[in-house]
Write a protein that binds this ligand. Structure first.
Ligand code: ATP
Ligand code: MG
Length: 391
């Protein structure tokens, strides 16, 4: 008899022949999340994973760590023992007794749920459930059976071995990070872009990140905030390669040489171009931003169009149809919100035009950019960049 954690995955089931590839990615990421748990080993089982070797003392910590691993649908701390139904019913009674202690009421509703993955096991599921229910009622006081609305569900699964558990904890869903390539996130210090990054990571994509600062107009604190955000995200996304780019020279040049109402749009086109250069060097297949239609002047459909056509890589905008309330809820869920709202200035708020254009025209942009040494400006910005691996 031993304690294990059962890990169930959702979408990986759909992947047909690629399934072993996704399963291996999930094993790797779960093992990485559990690297601080002494003796923890993650193994593949049939359509699920098992974590073995976790001590009682570190179980809570291990369960907490698994809540951040994309690709996990749910997980359960369980007892694994040989396929002996009577012993399993006994173990289950102990687990229910423990759960029962959380309730101070006279009676608590419970049911037994039996799964026979191993159909060769002689007893049908209903009979097993009734028999185990009987054992539990005998051993644990203050329970009554309720099949429709139980407070405690006691699970027995008959597989290669018997598995008993009473808790199913929700995982974060999605697909294992790294199994769907890499993308470069334009990471500001705001609310939106960290959420956008987490959403794309949830689809199995590993992240590089590019942050633009306007030193000395933006402070060390503003930069610390971005590193903090990347660290919070890294719990979900795994390691993030964060590139910090000094944007001040480009902003100054644009400020001096271009029509003021086009300043933001032109800055955004430079951000995209620089991010694309870094993305390609990091072998990223797409860019990611936190833009959503109509949120600000630079996110009208017209502005998005001219931001897009500065680059060749696809630009992923997972927040495109969300409003601020929905985005804020996700920021809270991913744990980035409190850090995002710290009031440090962003590079875009340093140089803002009074009347930013909402329907930029490509002819005006071409006219403004003709005068600029775009290649040279990008080269200089990239050469001055600094990369750090976070997480
Ligand atoms: P956020 O909350 O992500 O800052 P926002 O609503 O403030 O977004 P903008 O400032 O227009 O919107 O930025 C739109 C997107 O451009 C951001 O979501 C981000 O992907 C990118 N971006 C903006 N500023 C920066 C920056 N300083 N460094 C890197 N990317 C940036
Ligand atoms: Mg912003």
């Amino acid at each position: 008899m031993e304690n294990v954690i059962i890990i169930r995955y959702a979408e990986i089931h759909l992947k047909g022949l690629n399934r072993p590839y996704f399963e291996k990615a999930l094993v790797k990421n779960a093992a990485e999340a559990l690297r601080h748990i002494d003796g923890a080993v993650v193994r593949r089982g049939e359509s699920r994973l098992y974590v073995e070797g976790v001590s009682d003392a570190q179980l809570g910590q291990a369960l907490e760590a698994l809540k951040y691993v994309f690709g996990i649908h749910s997980f359960s701390p369980a007892v694994r023992l040989e396929q002996d139904f009577e012993k399993a019913a006994d173990v289950l009674a102990d687990l229910v007794k423990y759960e029962r202690m959380r309730y101070e009421r006279e009676t608590v509703r419970f049911k037994v749920d039996v799964k026979r993955a191993d159909k060769s096991f002689p007893l049908p599921s209903m009979k097993m459930a009734a028999a185990a229910g009987g054992v539990i009622l005998e051993r644990v006081g203050g329970l009554k059976v309720d099949l429709t609305d139980p407070e405690i569900t006691a699970y027995i699964e008959m597989r290669d071995m018997a598995y008993c558990f009473t808790r199913i904890i929700k995982g974060p869903g999605g697909m294992p990070v790294g199994c769907n390539g890499r993308a470069a996130l334009l990471l500001s210090g705001g609310i939106d872009s960290p959420v956008a990054g987490c959403m794309i990571a949830k689809r199995g994509v590993a992240l590089s990140a590019v942050h633009f600062e306007s030193f000395p107009y933006t402070s060390d604190k503003a930069l610390d905030k971005v590193f903090d955000l990347a660290r919070i995200m890294a719990r979900y996304t795994g390691e993030i390669r964060l590139h910090v780019i000094r944007f001040t020279d480009i902003q100054t040049t644009l400020y001096e040489q271009c029509p003021p109402d086009y300043l933001t749009v032109l800055m955004r086109r430079f951000m995209m171009r620089i991010a694309e250069r870094i993305a390609k060097a990091d072998k990223c297949l797409a860019l990611v931003t936190g833009e959503s239609v109509g949120q600000v002047a630079s996110q009208t459909l017209e502005s998005l169009a001219v931001t897009n056509n500065a680059v060749d890589l696809p630009v992923l905008r997972p927040l495109v149809g969300m409003d601020k309330i929905e985005i804020t809820e996700l920021a809270e869920k991913y744990g980035t919100f409190k850090t995002s709202i710290l009031p440090y200035e962003d590079c875009c708020t340093v140089f803002v035009p009074k009347h930013p254009v909402t329907k930029p025209r490509m002819s005006e942009i071409d006219k403004a950019e003709e005068k600029l040494d775009i290649g040279g400006m990008i080269d200089a910005a990239v050469a001055g960049g600094k990369a750090t691996t976070i997480g």
